[in-house]
Design a protein around this ligand. Structure first.
Ligand SMILES: [Cu+2]
Length: 333
């Protein structure tokens, strides 16, 4: 396994995961102090570079550089002895500046494309309060296991709120998206995102990030004219993602490109471990190109042994050339 030195060194959670999961509900000063000491010792294991300045694009409500590592853990509540993670998601419309020449009216969730990366632990109960403030009917359909009445194919009309409730299972990486017809249009307008269900035994600490591939049908011809990682075409081509040399990176990768039946994902000058659908704790394969149909998603893990600037992109090069292209900037450790 190419990443084995890091796998062996890293044996517990990163600081943020500990704080979010571990300290919630502890309520004991002594316990928190002991945990705090352990955190300081372990947090050095995951190194995340500071974000470059001026990463925001004018005219857009969200910043793909911060969206990359932005996980929404919701609000943890306890009702009748059951752990509930409560999330709030609002559908709306907004105009995206896709490049210097092209604007696009998106339908989005929480003012961003992709929508929030929701995160819960397997077995917790998810309560998602969905407000539809957009002018069209929408819904939220989650992949994963749930009862039929929570399947999200019923339209929620403009101005209405619906509460989706289901158990977070099975652990893995699950897309969610609007399921109102024509689904191609509702998805390609921007109504999609990721739900990460963490396994009962946490994965090893890593620099965790989310990349969602999407396409934009600018002229309604049922073909994509532009593509993007995390909403804005060529964003990470012009603003490379900083990572540290030899740091284990865990990439939650989703393909939500409509109209093109499948794309690949490729990183330069390195191999990655694949955990298909995030459903395994040991890698299924090692490769540097993986093929993904629409709604397929995986966890990829890798570490770059040499500093420098490395491309990542689908190997359908026309898709890369039309916006689905980025770089990792590997900073010397
Ligand atoms: Cu919709």
């Amino acid at each position: 396994m190419s990443n084995s030195p890091n796998y062996l060194k890293l044996n517990t959670w990163n600081r943020r995961q500990f704080l979010t999961w571990g300290l919630t509900g502890l309520g004991m000063t002594v316990g928190a102090t002991i945990l705090g000491t352990r955190l300081r010792q372990k947090s050095a294991l995951v190194q995340i570079p500071p974000l470059p300045e001026e990463t925001a694009l004018a005219d857009n409500d969200f910043n793909p550089m911060t969206l990359l590592r932005d996980f929404d853990y919701g609000t943890l509540k306890e009702e009748n002895g059951r752990k509930i993670r409560e999330f709030e998601v609002t559908a709306n419309s907004s105009t995206l500046q896709l490049n210097s020449a092209i604007t696009f009216v998106s339908w989005n969730l929480n003012n961003r494309v992709p929508g929030p990366t929701l995160r819960a632990k397997e077995g917790e109960f998810i309560r998602l309060i969905f407000h539809n403030q957009d002018g069209h009917s929408h819904s939220l359909h989650f992949h994963g296991t749930h009862p039929v009445e929570m399947d999200g194919v019923e339209p929620i009309r403009h101005g209405k709120t619906f509460v989706y409730e289901f158990e977070a299972k099975p652990y893995g990486v699950h897309p969610y998206h609007c399921h109102i017809a024509p689904v191609t249009r509702h998805i390609s307008k921007g109504l999609y995102g990721l739900l990460i269900v963490d396994p009962p035994q946490p994965r090893l600490p890593a620099d965790e990030m989310v990349l969602v591939m999407g396409g934009y049908d600018i002229n309604n011809d049922e073909h994509n004219e532009l593509y993007a990682f995390n909403g804005i075409p060529n964003y990470y081509r012009d603003r490379p993602i900083p990572i540290y040399q030899n740091q284990l990176v865990r990439l939650y990768l989703l393909n939500m490109i409509e109209f093109d039946s499948a794309v690949t994902f490729h990183i330069h000058a390195n191999m990655f471990q694949v955990y298909r659908t995030g459903r395994t704790m040991t890698p299924d394969e090692e490769t540097d190109v993986i093929t993904m149909g629409t709604a397929e998603r995986h966890i990829l893990e890798f570490a770059y042994p040499y500093p420098g600037r490395y491309m990542f992109h689908p190997h359908q090069d026309i898709i890369a050339e039309n916006g689905c292209m980025g770089f990792f900037e590997v900073i010397p450790a």
